[in-house]
Design a protein around this ligand. Structure first.
Ligand code: CA
Length: 444
């Protein structure tokens, strides 16, 4: 787990003016990585660092600016568009590059005049997945979500007895993960419209979002070699926002006994910028169990995890309907919660995932599960906010929602702020629900 250093100093300012504006997600203390190219171009994808409302193009920055040899060696594969090269580096190497970028982007930097030529406005860029995502596992660390949803699906036993012992997860589809701005079609699937009715195959009528974070695996582990929890964070590169779109009519019909399948695999949206574990150092906090809950088994317990395993990240969901967009009305906030309330930490997820010898690979993505808060109205999905679709949400413009309608745009946002530290954000994780996917046709 990396500590706080000069790159986190809240007094630092950048020569990129927009990085100093209050409320920016990308001050010089953040420096998240993403993959982009100029909009409407067919250029190869490049790695960049978000700074204010700009992107520092690392291909141009590598070529046009003098760097110390060890830094240049780290930048060269990034200049080729390969973020995985940095993900497999040691923590010390990652910190070295972060310090070099921080120094270069600070006010008064000697490299500033070179790097001014290497900026692209974020508005002029198209983003894509930051790296190849080999495998995607979605966990279920939000105990307030698990309890609320459990009540709807199993009123007699909301939280299953394993929940407080084992970090629950399932293997998701990496093929349908897209970045913010990649809109998607409403899925079709099999579901029942009444408890005793035979199933139908139709467009989902109960389409929902899930407010989650995604953690990217840095160095993997060899098959058969579990990761000790005390080392687990060395295997993480950073965090993005993740929306696990879910069809709530397909889900209850298909999920027993093997878990979610087609109710989830049609689309997942992530924010394009990976906020590094290094950048998150000032916002770490203690982790523990509520009184009366079981303590974790030894392989899921470590002093480092108890001292700093949790992360204080505020999370929000915003909705803009097609009608709101047409009238120029801004999105409305549906809920807010905090990742600090998760029942399991990221280190526990890595330790558990690899505990049977399963090998994690560079660029694998671990979803945290829906992050709902403990209070009413803090649900990270419409399923919770509408009590399973029974209590519609009233929107300020007079519209209401139980589940998502075509044209609805859902945006997830997140930020870290703490006394004595800069505020950093994650950027937007947005996508719009298009009409239903087509029915398969026989090819003649
Ligand atoms: Ca989920």
């Amino acid at each position: 787990m990396t500590g706080i250093d000069e790159t986190h100093d809240p007094q630092l300012r950048s020569w990129v003016a927009s990085a100093n504006e209050p409320g920016t997600d990308f001050p010089v203390q953040n420096l998240p990585y993403g993959r982009f190219r100029r909009s409407a171009s067919e250029e190869p994808w490049r790695i960049g660092v978000a700074i204010g409302d700009q992107i520092l193009d690392l291909k141009l920055a590598t070529g046009q600016c003098p760097w110390d040899a060890p830094v240049a060696a780290l930048l060269e594969p990034l200049a080729e568009g390969d973020l995985a090269s940095l993900m497999t580096c040691s923590i010390d190497e990652r910190r070295l590059l972060r310090l070099a970028l921080s120094t270069a982007l600070r006010e008064g930097s000697l490299q500033g005049p070179f790097l001014e030529l290497c900026l692209l406005p974020q508005d002029d860029a198209t983003m894509t997945l930051p790296c190849r995502i080999g495998d995607y596992t979605d966990f279920y660390t939000g105990i307030h979500h698990a309890t609320a949803v459990g009540k709807l699906f199993r009123p007699d036993q909301p939280l299953l007895p394993n929940y407080k012992w084992v970090p629950i997860g399932y293997h998701g589809r990496s093929s349908s993960i897209g970045v913010s701005g990649n809109d998607f079609m409403r899925p079709r699937g099999q579901f029942r419209v009444a408890a005793d009715a035979p199933p139908v195959f139709d467009a989902s009528r109960r389409l929902d979002y899930e407010l989650e974070l995604g953690a990217f695996v840095a160095q993997g582990n060899a098959l058969g070699q579990p990761v000790a929890i005390a080392d687990a964070e060395d295997h993480l590169f950073g965090i993005c926002l993740l929306n696990d779109w879910s069809a709530r009519d397909i889900q209850p019909w298909e999920y027993q006994p093997l878990g979610p399948f087609l109710s989830k695999s049609f689309a997942t949206t992530i924010s394009p910028w990976i906020v590094s574990m290094e950048a998150l150092a000032p916002y770490r906090c203690a982790w523990g169990r509520p009184d009366g809950d079981p303590q974790p088994l030894a392989y899921l317990d470590a002093a480092s995890n108890r001292e700093r395993g949790a992360i204080d990240i505020t999370l929000e969901v915003w909705l803009q309907t097609a009608a709101m967009r047409k009238r120029g009305e801004r999105a409305v906030r549906l809920s807010a919660s905090n990742f600090r309330d998760a029942y399991w930490t990221l280190a526990q997820l890595v330790a558990h995932h690899s505990s049977n010898g399963c090998n994690l690979g560079v660029g694998d993505l671990l979803g945290t599960g829906t992050q709902s808060g403990p209070q009413a109205g803090q649900g990270g999905s419409l399923l919770e906010l509408t009590q399973g679709g029974r209590q519609p949400i009233k929107l300020p413009n007079g519209e209401s929602r139980t589940f998502l309608e075509d044209g609805d745009c859902v945006t997830l946002r997140a930020a870290c702020a703490r006394e004595g530290a800069a505020r950093i954000g994650f950027g937007n994780c947005s996508a719009t629900v298009l009409g239903a996917s087509p029915v398969a046709q026989v090819r003649s």
